[in-house]
Write a new protein. Structure first.
Length: 563
């Protein structure tokens, strides 16, 4: 029995299976993902892609990547390339089925003329403000445009002149002729085309009129032979319009299905808000490790497997949800725990001199690379008279239950020896800058021959062999759980976490990390998971903290199970 066999069926899979059973679409399954190239993909997009592609994987279908490039004012080739990279990173392959809505501009134009010829579309001279005023409200019907009853001949002439560039922006639109009194506002003569004098990233200045998404979407699906057009729930009210265009044109008709959108806590995914964070310098770019973008998650050290595991666990529903970011972090910890090599890294170093250790001696201590993976083997760590430990692992006035270093206290150095603190050296300001210790030669490997035990185990790095590094400690970007729900710009910005980034310099790492290529992931013992940042050079090693070791979601799951 496979994972697919035991997975509970959601309403989308039930609909697909019913269509296969009845022979609708000839038993085919063909989905698509239609991103707009006006920004970068984020975790919400990853989830939608996993829904689209997951259906195809389960039912042996086809998958298209189609860019909805109908607004040249905001779209860039740079975003196209980044989106392609992100989807490939997720592990999805559209083979030779990469399309653009702009591929269909001529066909969409011909179909628009066809609707005009049927008396189902007209050219309107109302300004954008007037269109909104005529549209009505949720409780009041709209009013017919004074240009609604133009003849077919006049509408065709005006539309062709729009294409020829005879009119200024905002002066004319092409609108579908449906019903201004419809309770569904989307059917109140929606705009099909608007005039935009902007160079398109693919078609250049070939066009000066561009189709709207609602007009483009269904017809693009039809051209590509899509069977199941999967959309987020906000398009449910647009489905009657999707159907209307296809039915009036009399062309192949896919089925649109809507699922509820999913947001992540302590972040935002609105493109407008993400763009503001980038443009105003609150983050270092679209791939800032604090961003919910796939490029940001990748730079922070997230794995494809963890992201897809998260998306599978979220599942598909009809109710909008905010998923706790702790669940995403839990998926990552589970994955990295299995694959990340263990290393020693001291982030805030405190010098330790072992006074009874031979001055020039260096020993090699064997250390396990990953206790979760025996095949990872072991490595050798250099041990010498002068070491670094964490500042927070020493307290001069330690309480009774303090199990780390303090004057007269004995601790274990991981994989090495037991040491005892015998002295403290301070600077002129009274800050502790160095510890003097002794070691017990009979405890090599971190175990006592006489059977005595210590409760504290510390990580460490040999000073003579340490690699210097910069370490960036990231926290959640927003302090508010439901940050996305804050609509007012100033309130939304007020929830930014001022402590979302701390940069540490002078960190000391074990020598095996020298020259680690960008993207390499490790678990720093007792510290968390870290990833080499692309800012690293041959002379400068930079690490991002991907995740701490503390797993709040695992505790939530356990509490739920216990209850």
């Amino acid at each position: 029995m496979t994972e697919t066999d035991i997975r509970p069926k959601d309403f989308i899979r039930e609909a697909v299976e019913e269509d296969i059973r009845t022979g609708r679409f000839g038993g085919r399954v063909h989905t698509r993902f239609p991103p707009e190239p006006n920004g970068r993909l984020h975790i919400g997009h990853a989830w939608a892609i996993c829904v689209d592609y997951g259906i195809v994987e389960e039912y042996g279908g086809l998958y298209n990547l189609r860019f909805d490039d109908t607004n040249p004012v905001k779209e860039e080739t740079e975003h196209v390339d980044a989106i392609i990279e992100d989807i490939r990173w997720l592990g999805f392959d559209w083979e030779d089925r990469l399309f653009f809505a702009s591929d269909y501009f001529e066909q969409l134009y011909e179909w628009a003329e066809q609707l005009i010829g049927k008396g189902k579309a007209y050219v309107c001279d109302l300004s954008p403000e007037e269109v909104r005023a005529y549209r009505g409200t949720l409780t009041e019907p709209g009013r017919n445009s004074p240009y609604r009853d133009r003849s077919v001949e006049e509408n065709l002439d005006l539309f062709r002149r729009m294409r020829a560039g005879e009119f200024p922006e905002g002066s004319h639109t092409l609108r579908a002729k449906i019903d201004m009194a419809s309770p569904n506002i989307n059917l109140r003569d929606p705009i099909m085309y608007r005039i935009l004098y902007a160079e398109h990233h693919r078609t250049g200045d070939q066009w000066c009129i561009y189709p709207m998404y609602d007009y483009t979407h269904g017809q693009s699906d039809s051209i590509e032979g899509i069977t199941h057009s999967l959309c987020s729930i906000e398009y449910e009210g647009h489905r009657p319009l999707y159907d209307w265009f296809l039915d009036e044109l009399g062309i192949y008709h896919p089925q649109q299905l809507e699922f509820a959108r999913v947001n992540l806590s302590h972040t935002v995914v609105s493109k407008r808000k993400l763009l503001r964070l980038v443009n105003e310098g609150h983050v270092r770019g679209w791939d800032d490790p604090r961003m919910p973008t796939l490029s940001g998650l990748r730079r922070r050290g997230y794995t494809t497997e963890a992201v897809r595991d998260f998306c599978d666990r979220v599942g598909v529903g009809k109710t909008y949800r905010i998923v706790d970011i702790a669940m995403l972090e839990h998926c990552l910890r589970e994955d990295l725990n299995r694959r990340a090599p263990r290393v020693m890294g001291v982030l805030r170093p405190l010098k330790v001199v072992i006074e009874n250790y031979p001055q020039d001696q260096v020993e090699e201590m064997e250390a396990i690379n990953n206790p979760e993976d025996e095949s990872a083997g072991t490595r050798m760590l250099p041990f010498s008279r002068v070491l670094y430990v964490e500042q927070e692992d020493f307290r001069e006035d330690a309480p009774k239950k303090w199990f780390r270093l303090a004057p007269g206290r004995e601790v274990r150095l991981k994989h090495a020896y037991y040491i005892t603190c015998t002295g403290v050296i301070k600077d002129e300001a009274g800050e502790v800058v160095e510890l003097r210790c002794t070691y017990d030669p009979a405890t090599r490997g971190g175990w006592s021959e006489d059977g005595r035990k210590v409760k504290g185990t510390l990580h460490w790095v040999s000073a003579a062999h340490a690699v210097d590094a910069e370490v960036r400690l990231y926290d959640r970007l927003f302090t508010k759980f439901d940050a996305e729900e804050t609509e007012e710009d100033e309130t939304f910005m007020a929830n930014l976490n001022p402590d979302s980034l701390e940069v540490l310099t002078g960190c000391k790492l074990e020598p095996r990390l020298a020259g680690s290529p960008p993207g390499s992931r490790y678990q720093f013992l007792r510290q968390g998971y870290f990833c080499v940042d692309p800012d690293s050079t041959a002379d400068r090693l930079v690490f991002n903290r991907t995740m701490s070791l503390r797993d709040t979601w695992a505790k939530i799951e356990k509490q739920t199970a216990d209850d």
